[in-house]
Ligand binder design. Structure first.
Ligand SMILES: [Zn+2]
Length: 304
C-alpha cells in the first residue's frame, strides 16, 4: 500500500516483519544479491533462514537487509527506522534529534546517529541543472553580533569570521544543490559549477567578482541588487535567496547546535526535501531508498 501519512504507515506496517519486508523490497525488489560476494543467484541460490537472515549459497555467509546499508548493525528496530525516515523526509523544516528521540522512543544519541545515517544516503552529486540557473552564496552560523542583514554591504573578509559559506544553485522550476565551503572563492566554486550546471544554461548571479571566471563561458546575467533594476524582468536571484532563508530558518529553528562540520549533510537533506516536494510520501521514501548498498556509516565517521 502506498502510505500518505504517518497514520497510514503505522497501520500498514504494524509489525517488525512487515517493516523488514518493506526494506527487503526497497533494496532488492525481488532480486536478492549477497552483499558479501555479490552473488546474484545466477548459479548459486540464496537461502532464507529465520528472522530475516539470508544465507548465501556461494560464500556461505549470512546477511540481513541491514548489512552494508545505512542501518548497519544497529539494534534499532525496522519499524523505528521506517518512522524516522518518514519524519525526517516529510517535515518541511526537518526534525531535531531531540524531537525524533521523543517521537519514536529512543535516546537522543541514537536519534542523532539515525539522522546522520539517513542524511548520508542522500546523493546530490549527480544533479544537473539547466535552463535558467540562479547561483548565489550565503554565510551561516557565527556569532549573533557578527550577523548583518545584507551580506553585500560587507567585504568578504569582514563577513566570513567564524561563519560557514554555502554556495546555492537552483534551476527555475527545478532542483537545488547546496555546497558548503570553509572559504568561498572563484577557484573552489568553479568545479561545482562545472559539475552541476549545463554548459548551455543561463546563469543569474549578483555582481560578486567570484563568478567572473568561474562560469567557464556560460551566459551570465548579473542581478544588480543595489540598483534594484533588472535588464530583463526575470533576471533575479530571488529563488535562491528564498532557499537560503528557508535553510537558515531550518537551522535556527530546529538544529540550534548544528556545527559547521555537519552542515553539508543537513543541507543535502534540505535539498532532498526541496527536490522531491512534488512527490507523495511513499514515492519520496522509495526514491531515498532506491540505492542503499554500501551506505553504512560508522559512528566514528559520523562524528569526524
Ligand atoms: Zn555471498
Amino acid at each position: 500500500m502506498k502510505f500518505k501519512s504517518l497514520f497510514d504507515l503505522m497501520k500498514e506496517y504494524d509489525t517488525e516483519e512487515k517493516c523488514r519486508d518493506y526494506f527487503v523490497k526497497q533494496r532488492w525488489n525481488g532480486n536478492i544479491v549477497c552483499p558479501h560476494c555479490n552473488n546474484e543467484q545466477s548459479s548459486k541460490p540464496i537461502y532464507k533462514t529465520k528472522r530475516g537472515i539470508f544465507r548465501c549459497g556461494h560464500c556461505g555467509k549470512d546477511f540481513s537487509v541491514r548489512t552494508n546499508t545505512f542501518m548497519g548493525d544497529s539494534p534499532i528496530k525496522y519499524q523505528k527506522w521506517l518512522m524516522a525516515i518518514f519524519l525526517l523526509t516529510s517535515h518541511k523544516k526537518g526534525i531535531s534529534s531531540l524531537q525524533l528521540a521523543k517521537d519514536i522512543g529512543i535516546t537522543q544519541k541514537s536519534a542523532w546517529f539515525i539522522i546522520q545515517r539517513i542524511s548520508n544516503i542522500i546523493d546530490t552529486e549527480s544533479i544537473k541543472l539547466d535552463g535558467t540557473v540562479e547561483v548565489d552564496e550565503t554565510y551561516i552560523g557565527g556569532k549573533e553580533t557578527n550577523k548583518h542583514k545584507n551580506k553585500k554591504t560587507l567585504s568578504y573578509d569582514k563577513v566570513r569570521g567564524d561563519k560557514t559559506a554555502v554556495l546555492g544553485m537552483i534551476q527555475r522550476s527545478g532542483k537545488v544543490v547546496l555546497k558548503k565551503f570553509r572559504k568561498i572563492n572563484k577557484s573552489c566554486i568553479a568545479p561545482h559549477i562545472e559539475q552541476h550546471i549545463s554548459q548551455k544554461a543561463i546563469v543569474n548571479t549578483d555582481e560578486s567578482a567570484i563568478y567572473k571566471g568561474a562560469l567557464n563561458g556560460r551566459e551570465r546575467r548579473i542581478v544588480n541588487h543595489s540598483a534594484r533594476q533588472y535588464v530583463f524582468e526575470d533576471d533575479t536571484t530571488n529563488r535562491i535567496e528564498c532557499i537560503f532563508s528557508h535553510l537558515k530558518r531550518m537551522i535556527n529553528g530546529i538544529h540550534i547546535f548544528l556545527s559547521a562540520k555537519h552542515l553539508q549533510k543537513y543541507a543535502n537533506m534540505f535539498c532532498f526535501r526541496m527536490n522531491t516536494r512534488d512527490m507523495d510520501e511513499y514515492t519520496r521514501i522509495s526514491a531515498l531508498l532506491s540505492d542503499i548498498d554500501n551506505t553504512r556509516l560508522l559512528y566514528k565517521q559520523a562524528i569526524s
